[in-house]
Ligand binder design. Structure first.
Ligand code: IMP
Length: 221
């Protein structure tokens, strides 16, 4: 899914969509304070002549993520970083959506892991999801998907957004030591192992993040 954020001015008869803006080689801010994410995204973009710098390197503040969708949160992070840095900026937002729970925890996936002292425990978050599914009784669907929104924003306020997903079902109890977050309970469709049991390369090739990146690369390079 893509979503340009400028009024249609090209009169191209394309139903109101403007051509997707291309990203020129040069410096790009990764609007994240997560060093692992910044490294992973930087490696992916190096092949396209893009040099990445992190929001933390530039001392940019972390905005309040008060959007109501993954794309809204990715957009507000990317737009703020582009505005403050004067450079194009890329941000992401992701989470686990459980069908029987009305797609929760969704944008609150990290918050479901928060403990009273502010630390995060994803074992506890997975138990919370499982407890809510159990409360709905036997026969409740265990279908779920991971979603990842990516937004590329420019200092003039233009942005392009993409949303990727991977569908699967929830296992219980959690299995596997690989990955992070909710990986030990997520079994992608067509597989018998959880993301937590899978080789990281195999997960990275089929993940919601890979799907969103494929869309971004196809559209803006
Ligand atoms: P954020 O996009 O960094 O805000 O991450 C949101 C939360 O979604 C993470 O803290 C994880 O709990 C969850 N999440 C996102 N992607 C994955 C994934 O690939 N595996 C497991 N959990 C994920």
């Amino acid at each position: 899914m893509t979503a340009g954020r400028e009024p249609d001015a090209d009169g191209a008869g394309d139903g109101g969509r403007q051509a997707i803006r291309k990203l020129a080689p040069g410096r790009l801010v990764i609007a994240s304070h997560n060093a692992g994410k910044v490294r992973e995204i930087g490696a992916l973009l190096a092949a396209y002549g893009i040099e990445t710098v992190s929001a933390a390197d530039l001392d940019l503040p972390e905005p309040v993520e008060n959007g109501t969708t993954f794309i809204a949160n990715a957009e507000l992070k990317a737009l703020q970083a582009a505005d403050l840095s004067g450079l194009p900026a890329l941000a992401d937002d992701s989470g686990l959506c459980v069908e029987a729970l009305g797609d929760e925890p969704g944008i609150f996936s990290a918050r479901w892991a928060e403990l009273a002292d502010g630390s995060r425990d994803f074992g506890e978050a997975m138990r919370r999801v499982e407890a809510q599914l159990q409360d709905l009784g036997p026969g409740t669907s265990r279908d779920a998907h991971f979603a990842c929104a990516l937004t590329l924003a420019w200092p003039d306020g233009h942005s392009e957004s993409f949303e990727g997903r991977v569908d699967g079902t929830l296992a219980w109890p959690p299995r596997g030591q690989n990955g992070f977050g909710y990986d030990p309970v997520f079994v992608p469709n067509g597989h018998n192992v959880t993301f937590g049991e899978m080789d990281p390369e195999a997960k990275h090739a089929m993940s919601h993040r890979a799907d969103a990146f494929r869309q971004l690369v196809a559209a803006v390079f």
